[in-house]
Write a protein that binds this ligand. Structure first.
Ligand code: WTA
Length: 676
């Protein structure tokens, strides 16, 4: 083969050079208290017993009426779980706990300003507030079962109260991440046809009180231009009784919730008896192309699934203090701050602000003060905490028994810091792989049964049966070979459809491997996650990233994640991002962006050392065209590195609109450095 020849490879083939990591075993102390330790669960949850095994999950809930059928697949791949059953999510997360636990804390709310005290809201208090607000939604906003409502609120107790009040009435909520722009909010208002928008006037972020009401006015204006009228805007106040925004209230449209609630003090609202298959909420997810997709999650299946995952994978016990650092505006927050933990009567922590504000010790002070023992966050936050304060955790007296990582593949070097520094070598880690669409976990170790392996999510969780296919739909059974990870069977937590667009639902997630479009048999409808993964000998899956996150160098498909992982092995590196740059001969070449740990000077020697580390671990083929030592990575408000922006800079393209980034100013600095 001549050097210039570009080898054709199939889409799913990705060169994999990962080395197998060693197992880490859970302590006997952890196993001794774990909710799930019997390996027989994997036999009970084998495909032979599908779908009946999922009744174990449904039985964690309280039903007004039991289901007639566990799974109705007559409209496959739109499934109905626990069909005919009746329940209410708000009842399951609140009312049923009152008899034995009404004085227990449901929510610990930690304001960002440290001089503001933590609020502890008991289950009884949550019951009162949810009922009163449900009465307001029903009587003032005139919302009823089946209506959609858009919620654009920051992290605070009023957000779960709003969601649970909607659930009580059978109103379908659509929460938009607080940091999103007015136009993102407007798109979701239009798509879900919401006539009511619920917001908060202001919130703290990195020490600044942000005017959030402004976004509501803009969003309503944009939605109106697209033909959707919002007639009511409900405005919660960050400080009840005081308006903290400069944006005026609009007569006849805007209502202060805290004032109006006075008319409803003492109100009690009977929970609606919802059908299991009735939608509970919409959560929009944006793909790389097209408008955001409204993932529609059902009531019974979703709630059963997140309760089970919270119990068996998060290992939540009633006496635990559980802190998930995600934002409720993402699926992780819906499933693992609100619905899962509250269904189990846990105490769930909600933190308003930035984990490193005002300093790198903040998260650990919160953990110490509240005696948090289960901690849940994402690699991006772990990298930020490691970058700003690698030695901070040791200064605080907290002890985690359990930690989660979610949202993207975690580099083994970062995993190990998480384990030793944050977990103090005492906590088990679950690396949970899943998606907005899937409602709850797909792959993770069951912490009381299986050992951990840095960088690997683990096998399918009980009941989930993953399979790796190549582009032709042939199973890739050989360990270590990458392909498209799919799920063979449906499960209760999966979304029911894309709101208002069944065809897009089928096309995006099922069409690739379905050969019989009329089939009512679930076996004909493997679910396409859109991620590339490999399975190793032990059945553990390692997710390499989105199928499109690969760089084809001379026909050699390299996972960007593994190059980034190799860079992170270098002591001085805090964050790494790889983007493809067009190359006449090789097709593509990797350009590597690096943010160093604070105080480390950017030198040519260091850039060389990083480049060498990659060649050493992966091979010359992965050698970066250039290692750019940048002051910071451009990031979204949710902390994901904007590789698209870096890619545009590397390829001398247009970076597009970057004003919605968390740090738009850094883009210009990087552009000057690279394009000079
Ligand atoms: C990625 C977040 C590797 C994956 C719950 C997926 C992960 C996308 C992991 C979904 C993990 C999530 N290891 N990759 N543990 N968890 N991903 O919808 O590419 O925000 O498809 O849901 O994140 O992101 P989403």
């Amino acid at each position: 083969m001549s050097k210039n020849e570009v080898v054709e490879t199939t889409e799913a083939q990705i060169a994999v050079h990962w080395k197998e990591e060693e197992y880490y075993y859970p302590s006997s102390k952890f196993v001794g208290q774990a909710n799930l330790t019997d390996p027989a669960v994997f036999d009970r949850f084998s495909l032979d017993n599908f779908p009946d095994y999922y009744t174990e999950y449904a039985e964690l809930l309280t039903w007004y009426k039991y289901w007639d059928e566990v799974l109705d697949s007559s409209d496959a791949p739109c499934y109905k779980w626990f069909k005919g059953g009746k329940l209410n999510a708000s009842y399951n997360c609140i009312d049923r706990h009152l008899k034995d636990n009404k004085n227990k804390t449901a929510i610990h709310f930690v304001p960002e300003l440290e001089e503001e005290r933590v609020q502890h809201i008991t289950y009884q208090e949550l019951y009162v507030r949810v009922n009163e607000f449900a009465a307001l939604l029903r009587d003032t906003a005139k919302l009823k079962r089946g209506d959609r409502v858009t919620i654009h609120m920051p992290m605070g107790p009023d957000l779960p109260i709003t969601m649970l009040a909607c659930a009580r009435l059978g109103v379908i909520h659509s929460v938009v991440f607080g940091g999103f722009s007015p136009s993102a909010s407007a798109d979701r208002i239009v798509d879900s046809q919401s006539r009511v928008l619920i917001v908060t006037d202001a919130y703290y972020r990195a020490g600044k009180l942000l005017n959030h009401k402004f976004n509501a006015d803009e969003a309503v204006k944009i939605a109106a231009e697209q033909g959707q009228t919002v007639d009511t805007v409900l405005v919660w106040q960050r400080y009840p009784g005081k308006y903290s925004s400069e944006t005026p209230m609009i007569e006849g449209r805007d209502i202060f919730v805290n004032e109006k609630l006075k008319d409803h003090y003492g109100a009690r609202v009977e929970p609606e008896q919802m059908l299991s298959e009735d939608p509970l909420f919409l959560m929009y997810t944006s793909g790389t192309t097209g408008k955001p997709k409204g993932c529609q999650h059902g009531t019974g299946g979703y709630l059963a699934y997140v309760a089970a995952m919270s119990k068996y994978i998060q290992d939540i016990h009633p006496e635990d203090v559980y802190w998930c650092m995600a934002d409720i505006g993402w699926i992780t927050g819906h499933s693992f701050i609100v619905y899962g933990p509250l269904a189990l009567c846990a105490s769930s922590v909600i933190y308003e602000g930035v984990p490193t504000y005002p300093d790198a010790g903040r998260s650990w002070r919160i953990a110490q003060e509240l005696d948090v023992n289960i901690f849940h966050t994402a690699p991006t936050a772990i990298r930020a905490l490691r970058k700003l304060g690698p030695d901070e955790p040791a200064k605080y007296n907290y002890h985690f028994k359990h930690m989660t990582t979610v949202g993207e593949p975690i580099e083994p070097a970062v995993w190990k810091w998480y384990e030793s520094a944050v977990g103090k070598g005492e906590a088990i880690i679950v690396d949970t792989y899943w998606q907005t669409e899937t409602g709850g976990f797909l792959c993770s170790t069951v912490p009381g049964i299986k050992p951990m392996k840095p960088g690997s999510a683990g096998p399918g969780v009980p009941g989930i049966h993953p399979i790796i296919y190549d582009d032709e739909g042939k199973e890739v059974a050989e360990p270590g070979i990458a392909g498209n990870i799919c799920i063979q069977n449906p499960w209760p937590g999966m979304f029911q459809t894309i709101w208002g667009d069944r065809d897009r639902f089928v096309d995006t997630y099922f069409a690739m491997y379905n050969t019989k479009p009329d089939s009512k048999d679930w076996r004909d409808w493997p679910y396409l996650t859109g991620d590339a993964a490999t399975m190793s000998e032990d059945g553990y899956y390692r997710v390499l990233g989105r199928i499109d996150d690969v760089i084809n160098v001379s026909g050699h498909r390299l996972g960007t994640k593994e190059i980034e992982s190799a860079a992170l092995v270098v002591e001085e590196v805090a964050e790494a991002a790889v983007v493809p740059v067009a190359h006449e001969i090789k097709g593509k070449e990797p350009d590597l962006y690096i943010a160093l740990k604070p105080g480390i000077p950017a030198t040519d020697e260091l850039a060389q050392k990083i480049s060498d580390a990659i060649c050493e671990q992966i091979g010359k083929i992965a050698k970066p065209r250039k290692v750019w030592l940048v002051p910071d990575m451009p990031k979204t408000r949710s902390g994901k590195i904007m590789r698209r922006v870096l890619g545009a800079i590397s390829n001398k393209g247009d970076v597009g609109n970057v004003m919605t980034l968390a740090n738009p100013e850094v883009v210009e600095e990087i552009r000057e450095m690279v394009q000079k």
